[in-house]
Design a protein. Structure first.
Length: 233
């Protein structure tokens, strides 16, 4: 009887662990464990690589698509992004409609920022390629990604009854604005923006070869941030 009870509890624990990991990322979970179950996660200022991505014109392109087909497409393009992010040590923060926010927290070790920025860039390139193989009708989907690195405030944010671990701050907003930029926002440089848009701060952390690949320089107006510098392939 005791053995059966132990086995049942082990299975329940394994199920609960799988559910927990499905709804939160490893970094958030570790921070919550440090704070204890009776307390919200303590706030921390970290330097992080921040990723925002979104499918171009997805809502408009699926107006006449059956709901079950939309659900299948959404699952596929989130998998196409999540797999390379997780494979390179990133954390999924949240899914936002057909958009995604992810991050890599930096510990401050020598050359770490360069390594993590390169990981994020490789994940972005793989995600762009994978999403382009998914079609709505006869047209492939396109993905926009903004990548930035800077200081963020992390912790549990929300109300007294419900909260969520996330990153906030100006640098998070900047990564989101990079993803959202349109041709009409460009005030200097070529109006056409690439799928992957990186900030000056992110570019400076890359090696010489990647910097040469992202040599197209633009200046654009970003909501609430004013003029920002952006680089694309």
């Amino acid at each position: 009887s005791a053995s059966h009870k132990t086995s049942s509890l082990s299975r329940q624990l394994a199920d609960d662990t799988r559910i927990l990991h499905a709804y939160t990322n490893e970094y958030a979970l570790s921070r919550r464990m440090q704070s204890g179950g009776d307390h919200q996660t303590a706030y921390s200022i970290d330097r992080a690589v921040i990723w925002f991505s979104d499918i171009v014109d997805f809502t408009q392109r699926t107006l006449n698509t059956a709901p079950d087909r939309i659900a299948d497409i959404v699952q596929r393009f989130f998998n196409a992004q999540s797999l390379p992010i997780l494979a390179r040590g990133g954390h999924i923060d949240k899914f936002i409609g057909d958009g995604l926010m992810a991050f890599w927290v930096l510990s401050g070790k020598s050359d770490e920022a360069t390594r993590e920025c390169v990981k994020a860039l490789r994940a972005a390139e793989e995600a762009v390629e994978a999403v382009s193989t998914i079609k709505v009708g006869n047209e492939p989907l396109s993905l926009r990604i903004g990548l930035h690195v800077g200081l963020v405030l992390s912790g549990d944010f929300g109300s007294a009854t419900r909260c969520q671990f996330t990153l906030i701050g100006r640098e998070v907003n900047k990564a989101a604005r990079l993803e959202q930029l349109r041709s009409e926002d460009v005030i200097e440089g070529e109006a056409r923006l690439g799928e992957i848009r990186i900030s000056r701060e992110f570019l400076d952390e890359l090696g010489t070869l990647d910097q040469k690949r992202f040599k197209r320089r633009h200046f654009a107006r970003a909501k609430n941030l004013g003029e920002i510098e952006v680089f694309t392939r």
